[in-house]
Design a protein around this ligand. Structure first.
Ligand code: ATP
Ligand code: MG
Ligand code: MG
Length: 377
């Protein structure tokens, strides 16, 4: 079988790596130049985009922000999964909010702003602690501005002056004091079958996912049921095929949706070691109409992103049950370079392993790493 992925980063690479044993060949499209590449080594392949589209049994995305003409071109093949509408709901926060509201899914209080002079109105409505998000093209915390008091309004209005808010409005959200962030990753097959991984707990640093603990500790059956309901409502509405991720804020006994991602997700990387069948294989299975695989947890896991620096030296592998997944990229500030998966018999073992790993990780990691390790111990 042959799968084409729009986007040629680490998610396409991990899909290709997990498809290989099944004989699924994954090709990727570099969306900046429309070249077809092998996502494992990024080498340009001797095949044109049109031919790759024609040869593919299924086409999918590793990223929601795909330039529209390319998405339209691929969509005409009839092989795109999930649908253009599902991808758009993940790519455009205005559409995303409309979808959540239509389905009565609890989400963060917000206001859509298409003119920076209307920001004081948002302050009136939502309070002065705000997070202002560009409705398109944001990820890893890019395209966001935080307001912590009214006095900062003029500075923020100035920073927004160069944006065309009529074309790309802002979604202004109330800054929530949540207890923690959790997410749900799951797959839906064409026949409606659903396979869900457990809720995981996510720690962010400067707007970027840093550490993920799977399964999330202390999830009540009621919370798990809420998350499942949200997932089911979304995939049924979108007639979704493939892996979908839903990010939540936990406020007491309630989950509020932060955002959705119509693709495999960083908070599902732990499943490569921690679950029976990982999210990458399950995404390929879903879009290739193969039976979905078990999402059962094999072992409690921690996933640590390696961000903005070289991968740690290989002798870090001496820490038991530690796996390194490098993405073969050159370091740049905030760039995800790879991730470390750790499995253990219990959370305490994960905490111990995290402490041992410090020796090989940059000092900037210590606050999150230490805090999380101590909590798990
Ligand atoms: P991703 O890389 O996950 O796509 P993104 O750039 O789309 O990220 P969000 O997920 O919207 O951004 O926000 C990034 C992080 O900022 C969240 O995970 C959370 O930690 C924080 N955040 C976002 N919205 C709010 C909010 N309304 N209140 C408090 N914190 C928030
Ligand atoms: Mg996002
Ligand atoms: Mg997010």
């Amino acid at each position: 079988m042959n799968v084409l992925i729009l986007g040629s980063g680490q998610l396409a690479r991990m899909m290709a790596l997990s498809g290989a044993p099944l004989g699924i060949e994954v090709r990727a499209v570099d969306v900046s130049n429309h070249k077809v590449v092998n996502p494992i080594d990024k080498k340009v392949m001797d095949i044109h985009l049109e031919t790759a589209i024609e040869a593919a049994d299924a086409i999918s995305v590793e990223f929601e922000h795909i330039p529209e003409p390319l998405l339209e071109q691929v969509n005409r093949s009839g092989k795109l999964m999930p649908s253009v509408e599902a991808i758009a709901a993940g790519a455009d926060r205005v559409k995303e909010k409309a979808l959540l509201d239509k389905l009565d899914i609890a989400n963060c209080p917000y206001m859509i702003v298409d003119d920076a002079t209307k920001l004081p109105q948002a302050v009136e409505q939502l309070g002065e602690r705000l997070i202002i998000k560009a409705s398109r093209d944001g990820y890893d915390g890019y395209g966001q501005w935080r307001l912590s008091s009214k006095e900062q309004l003029p500075d923020i209005q100035q920073a927004l002056a160069e944006l065309d808010l009529k074309k790309v409005p802002l979604v202004v959200e109330k800054m929530l004091s949540f207890e923690r962030e959790v997410s749900l990753v799951g797959a839906r097959a064409k026949n409606g079958q659903v396979a869900l991984y457990p809720l995981v707990e996510n720690l962010h640093h400067q707007g970027q996912l840093h550490t993920c603990v799977a399964p999330a500790p202390a999830i009540t059956p009621a919370l798990a049921a809420q998350a499942e309901q949200v997932f089911t409502a979304l995939v049924n509405e979108l007639n979704y095929v493939g892996v979908l991720a839903v990010e939540f804020f936990q406020m007491g006994d309630t989950l509020l949706v932060n955002e959705i991602a119509p693709r495999v997700h960083n908070s599902g990387h732990w499943s490569m070691q921690g679950a029976d069948i990982c999210q990458f294989e399950n995404h390929l299975r879903a879009i290739c109409e193969l039976p979905l695989g078990s999402t059962q947890v094999i072992a409690p896991s921690v996933m640590l992103n390696v961000i903005g620096c070289d991968l740690p030296p290989k002798d870090m592998l001496s820490v038991p049950r530690t796996h390194l997944h490098g993405y073969m990229k050159t370091p740049r500030a905030k760039r995800k370079m790879g991730h470390i998966n750790i499995t253990g018999n219990d959370y305490a073992e994960l905490g111990e392993a995290m402490q041992k790993l410090q020796k090989w990780l940059p000092k900037s990691y210590f606050p999150t790493l230490n805090g999380e390790a101590e909590r798990l111990l």
